[in-house]
Design a protein around this ligand. Structure first.
Ligand code: NAD
Length: 297
């Protein structure tokens, strides 16, 4: 496997392209938005500088890594020589199903098709292609260059060959892959999202304030970040979407999102990217400040 196409150059796509290029793959990076591609290259450059400053990468390698990434705004062009595709576009089922139909048409017959989806069924995505055996989930964690975990998710029809190729690829990228079967939320989000939802319920019911809830999990359970801060970092809209997928996928009300989460997303308070969630965020400050709405009088 030499040529890998990454579809979508946002938060996850640029991280995946970065790691692939660092480990010597030729990367074709495609996005519908030209500005997103330019931003992705800048972000990758900055993140490489950070690795160099920390002594984790020789500075001489920066240009050769960046030189391995070619950007495209034409899907067909980006897929012509692909041995594998990793899709990392917005978490929207219709969008991904459409893209997989087009990718299936445009990719060489041997090409594997992976998705970085957090919650959408791999089996459903595979079902719109003519090669369900070659479709698989490759769920990287954010930030991709730093986090070692990759959930490798087999759909109903994913073959053993595809699974072993993708497990080897993840190991060759210095990651620690874990094999998972295709059920709503996979493993990471199935365990994480109910915890975040319960933390939001604790705030909603007035059991404790934002800082106290996060402090209990940091100081008592050795979590590096409290669940409310983590929810802000992931994006409250993303948390809500994943909880709804699990609620409908399992038909179990225990996954029903807390009404406070639903309200915050409707109001646009979606966490760090929006500048406000449980905490407030400004580009010039790293200090964690509780949102005025949740401050104790
Ligand atoms: P993002 O919004 O940062 O980036 C999405 C990118 O997709 C954008 O650059 C957008 O222009 C592009 N895009 C949208 N429609 C497209 C199309 N039709 N063709 C090509 N490009 C298109 O999103 P993200 O946070 O990087 O998430 C991407 C995927 O990764 C989602 O499936 C998400 O669930 C998953 N994921 C996200 C995280 C996270 O913490 N952000 C973690 C694990 C998995």
């Amino acid at each position: 496997m030499k040529n890998i196409t990454v579809i979508g150059s946002g938060t996850m796509g640029n991280g995946i392209a970065h790691v692939l290029a660092q480990y010597n793959f030729s990367v074709s990076l495609y996005d519908i938005n030209e500005a997103a591609l330019e931003k992705a290259l800048l972000t990758i450059g900055k993140n490489l500088d950070r690795q160099i400053d920390k002594g984790k990468l020789p500075s001489s390698q920066k240009q050769s890594i960046l030189g391995k990434i070619q950007t495209y705004t034409s899907l067909e062009e980006s897929l012509k020589t692909a041995d594998m595709v990793i899709e990392a576009t917005t978490e929207n089922e219709e969008l991904k199903l459409n893209l997989f139909r087009q990718m299936d048409q445009a990719c060489p017959a041997h090409c594997l098709l992976a998705t970085n989806t957090s919650s959408i069924s791999i089996t459903k995505i595979a079902s719109v292609t003519s090669r369900p055996g070659k479709v698989i989930g490759m769920h990287f964690m954010n930030p991709v260059p730093i986090m070692p975990l990759v959930e490798v998710i087999s759909g109903y029809g994913t073959t053993k060959d595809t699974l072993s190729t993708v497990m080897s690829l993840a190991k060759n990228l210095g990651k620690s892959p874990v094999m998972v079967n295709d059920y709503p939320g996979f493993i990471a989000n199935r365990i994480l999202m109910p915890m975040i939802n319960e933390a939001i319920y604790s705030l909603y019911e007035g059991v404790a304030g934002v800082e106290e809830i996060d402090q209990v999990m940091k100081m008592g359970m050795a979590h590096p970040m409290g669940p409310l801060q983590l929810a802000d970092f992931i994006g409250l809209d993303v948390c809500l979407f994943i909880l709804k997928v699990m609620q409908s996928g399992f038909g179990n009300p225990k996954y029903a999102p807390c009404p406070l989460l639903v309200n915050m997303v409707a109001a646009g308070s979606t966490g760090a990217k929006a500048g406000e969630g449980f905490y407030t965020y400004s580009p010039n400050s790293k200090e964690l400040i509780v949102s005025p709405r949740f401050r104790r009088q």
